[in-house]
Design a protein around this ligand. Sequence first.
Ligand code: ARG
Length: 467
Amino acid sequence: MAESNTDTKSSNQMWGGRFASGPDAIMEEINASIGFDKKLFAQDIRGSIAHATMLAHQGIISSDDKDKIVHGLNTILSEIESGNFEFSRRLEDIHMNIEARLATLIGPAAGRLHTARSRNDQVALDFRLWVKEELEKTEKMLTGLIAAFLDRAEEHAESVMPGFTHLQTAQPVTFGHHCMAYVEMFGRDRSRVRHAIEHLDESPIGAAALAGTGYPIDRHMTAKALGFREPTRNSIDTVSDRDFAIEFLAIAAITGMHLSRLAEEIVIWSTPQFGFVRLSDAFSTGSSIMPQKKNPDAAELVRAKTGRINGSLVALLTIMKGLPLAYSKDMQEDKEQVFDAAESLELAIAAMTGMVRDMTVNTARMKAAAGSGFSTATDLADWLVREAGLPFRDAHHVTGRAVALAESKGCDLAELPLSDLQAIHSAITDKVYDILTVEASVASRKSFGGTAPSEVRRQIAFWRARN
Ligand code: ARG
């Protein structure tokens, strides 16, 4: 799809006799959006076909002209799809590129297509359609990522790993439970996507420049033809609004934040020091100088893409901030932010889905780490409450002494002899050893949403029914 500056038809010819001379070269450069908004060609053509069909149905244009317009637009669609369309920067944007080509193809009837509309409602329509499709794609991709986690969670409902707070060993959990935490996060992201689709599901076309139109158009007809629930209700808001784009970026930013936390965990887990997971060769790279290395590049790039997506959100919020109603050309800067974020988000979700599916989980390493760092100390305190009737605060204190002793002896809690434990508190019996293992600790946490394998399986079933 080549761009050319040699086009004889300047944009001035498109907007008629008011302008005597062509634009300054710099003006043309700053004004043109064809370099990026050509991405909207399919949405533009769909919108124009729906608009022309409605105009004919309402008797605003003849059905003969409508047929010519629709035929011409379909020809342009295949020209663009097959790479046989010459985009021109002098024609500024996708809307005028297509309209100018239509005039070449079908002659004067092309001039009737723009009746009762403006580029302001046209671009609002094209961009909304594009964002809607992107949200639908995101919803599917998140479903795929959730499915990958559900499979791993099922496989590892019983695999014990250390749970962390402050990245310090806290209490044993199961890897399945940890996976299900991400299912919750991406499940919320997906529901945000669904809400955003509902919010934007209103058709802008027919708002015209900002005030509506005197032609007897039928906005409900175009809304229906384009798959929208209903037309927008206020023509001024319609051409001023970019909330749908900002909402997409906000969702992308939140999803990216979740992806970056996962990316960070994968980076940590795949170090030789942790050794919890091994990434597949497909999702890691070697070092050109250090042969032993296997780098989690894909995870690192996902972590970085999040920064880029955040930048797009802040950029568009800042572009829109303080703009008076209705349309201002500032709004042309909306598209690149959304296109770039969408590409980053798609890549990041796809890479993460692949990594999660492919990574090898080292359950032995996880289990060994789960037992270190006195991770069952809370279980000991709980046992003292339950079996010896101590108040929790006292039990916490007694346990703290046991931990200090084990630390000074360089052993685990479960390795302290009974005599040592009894010297700390006389109510301790040898039954305590049953609860000091990581498996017992995990199995005991049966509270709703807890880490016990039985609970994790309940969570998996809940999400399976919704995925
Ligand atoms: N290329 C423009 C954009 O993306 C289309 C709308 C132009 N409207 C106008 N009144 N100049 O925002």
